[in-house]
Design a protein around this ligand. Structure first.
Ligand SMILES: [Zn+2]
Length: 616
């Protein structure tokens, strides 16, 4: 197990790293904090000299960051600290731990996704999405936190490096970078020189008891300082949540408000995982109608850096597995199938390496149960079993490569029930049954050699319109023979809800690898079922046509494993509670590393895994 390695490495590195860290600190303070950005609202100030490592008990504790070879993924566990006796000591401890975290993650390049919905007021439903934006990239957590995007069209705004929250020029322009600031309170100057800390109270976040502090920048400590509240767990004194904004902002730009959560995914460290942002005020008389809400998710901390050198180690020369039972040569048909399997394996492996696909896990078992229900009742007997995998991203998307059906986390989230899940999976199953095999060109390994941030330019699984129509037709046949035949009204309702919101959610409906469910604001997928069922009625509180994002699948940001969220049903009391396809604040249930070593019984049947209604 990797955990054991960490512990062993930790023991060896603790003594070395104390000295190494002091040296690194001295270096960091000599560095200008804002290299190439001008006129921007960057929450960091020109380099103020870092105070010397004081002789507090906290400062003498090394953060035990390992000096790592590129590619080795171990992080040394910090040593346990003596229990502090005063709040002053607590402050010293969490400042020290924050610097330890910044160092520990300095060579990580996790995936960062921001999905943002602009809001407009609706008399019945309250603030509803009016348009949306999507950003996906890799976060370089080194000297300056930097963000490299996967999406071509966003590159321009990335290059301009306007790091301000968002800039009010001719139109509001969101800067993806801004949404990832609150991974740390202050990258360079998180110390007593620049901030006042005031203890507020104790409070539980999930299973974790925390000490709560209000943080204010000292007068004249510079622009773009953290202003808000933080929660510190009371065993290792790590910050587990930050809530607030940056202050003061330069002219013509804003810092938006953020709520940033960390998870204890490796021993001794709480790593940034979720950031919720929201602005706007819909009360009467407010002039500034700019309003949005956005979710930022970070995952893939354990991914290898996507550099060119790494790519070369990814060539698969040994991936051909002769699946024939005997020692005979492959027949032409067998050769074709092995070839397709090779392409499928290459793509699945490449997408996983790019941090876009979850490793095989619990959610797949649920998806496979549903696929199996469709196969058995339709007497589908394929030469190779159909597999399923979860795409880690939010946009609503399915595609298939070889016999693997891929469905996005966002789509699993918003589907209201198992029948609707069966409907979207049946379309891909139909492609497989009809032999609409795409992507056999990916059996050539050279086609897997690209850097992670151009994955979407190098892979694609879009079918021609004729194949789409044929797959929809076949899918409806499958559904009508299946255990879901009596529940297709729900599928119709889901498609109606999707149609209602589609014009405002073009980013959520923009697919990057497969065919879209809707194009130009018009839902095309499974249109034969779209008229099925009752009319969509927002006022009917028992009619749940689609769910908010984030209610079903949760991702472990360290190893990218996906599992089903376990939420207790919450009663819906008004039409505004439904929030179909919408983003909501995060409230993860915090627990300590290893506390849930035995996962609560993973759902093994589809029926258990897809509750009737998820709520946050
Ligand atoms: Zn299709």
């Amino acid at each position: 197990m990797r955990t054991t390695n960490w512990i062993l490495t930790a023991a060896l590195l603790v003594s070395v790293s104390a000295a190494a860290q002091q040296a690194a600190d001295a270096q960091a303070s000599a560095q200008p904090a804002t290299p190439d950005t001008t006129e921007t609202a960057q929450p960091r100030q020109q380099a103020a000299t870092r105070p010397e490592q004081q002789s507090t008990p906290a400062a003498s504790q090394p953060a035990a960051t390992s000096e790592q070879q590129p590619g080795t993924q171990a992080i040394a566990t910090p040593p346990t600290v003596p229990a502090p006796t005063t709040m002053d000591q607590v402050v010293n401890l969490f400042i020290e731990r924050e610097h330890g975290l910044i160092k520990a993650l300095a060579n990580r390049t996790p995936v960062v996704e921001t999905y943002l919905q602009n809001l407009a007021a609706d008399a019945q439903l309250g603030p509803v999405p009016s348009e949306d934006h999507y950003f996906l990239g890799r976060l370089d957590m080194g000297e300056t936190v930097d963000r490299r995007d996967y999406l071509k069209e966003e590159q321009k705004s990335m290059q301009s490096r306007l790091l301000g929250g968002f800039q009010k020029l001719y139109k509001v322009q969101y800067q993806p970078m801004g949404f990832s600031w609150m991974v740390y309170a202050d990258r360079t100057d998180f110390d007593r020189e620049h901030y006042d800390f005031r203890y507020v109270r104790r409070e539980f976040l999930g299973d974790v008891r925390c000490l709560v502090f209000d943080v204010t920048p000292k007068p004249k400590s510079g622009r773009g300082r953290f202003l808000g509240r933080l929660w510190v767990e009371d065993q290792g004194y790590n910050i587990v949540r930050l809530n607030g904004t940056y202050y003061p902002a330069p002219r013509n730009s804003y810092f938006f408000h953020m709520d940033s959560w960390r998870l204890n995914l490796i021993p001794g460290y709480w790593v940034p995982a979720f950031i919720y942002s929201e602005e706007g005020d819909f009360s009467a008389g407010v002039k500034n109608k700019l309003a949005f809400k956005a979710q930022t998710r970070i995952w893939g901390y354990d991914l290898k850096k996507g550099g060119k050198d790494d790519e070369l180690t990814n060539i698969r020369v040994d991936s051909v597995q002769d699946t024939s039972a005997t020692a005979q040569d492959a027949s032409p048909l067998q050769a074709e199938r092995v070839w397709q399997q090779q392409a499928e394996d290459n793509v699945v492996e490449r997408l996983t390496a790019a941090g876009l696909l979850a490793p095989e896990g619990d959610v797949d078992r649920i998806l496979q149960t549903v696929v199996n229900n469709l196969e058995v009742t339709n007497n589908i007997d394929l030469p190779r079993p159909v597999r399923t995998r979860v795409l880690l991203t939010s946009p609503l998307e399915t595609f298939s490569v070889g016999n693997t059906i891929v469905i996005s986390r966002g789509l699993v989230d918003v589907l209201p029930d198992e029948a609707s899940l069966a409907a979207v999976l049946s379309h891909e199953l139909a492609h497989i049954v009809l032999g609409h095999n795409l992507g056999s060109k990916y059996a050539f390994n050279d086609r897997m050699l690209f850097s992670d941030d151009v994955t979407y330019q190098n892979l694609g699984f879009k079918h021609i319109p004729e194949e789409e129509v044929a797959a929809d037709k076949k899918a409806v046949e499958f559904l009508k023979n299946s255990p879901y035949a009596q529940k297709l009204d729900n599928v119709g309702l889901f498609l109606k809800a999707l149609q209602q919101r589609a014009p405002a959610l073009s980013a959520l409906l923009t697919t990057h690898l497969g065919n879209p469910l809707a194009e130009g604001g018009q839902v095309g997928r499974l249109s034969a079922l779209a008229t099925q069922g009752p009319a969509l009625d927002n006022n009917k509180l028992d009619q749940i046509a689609a769910l908010p994002l984030g209610g079903r699948v949760k991702i472990n940001p360290w190893d990218d494993k996906a599992e089903m969220v376990k939420t207790a049903p919450v009663a819906i009391t008004s039409a505004r509670d439904k929030m179909p396809f919408e983003v909501t604040p995060f409230f993860p249930r915090l627990s300590r590393y290893g506390a849930n070593a035995v996962p609560a019984a993973a759902p093994t049947t589809a029926a258990n895994g897809t509750p009737n209604q998820g709520s946050n």
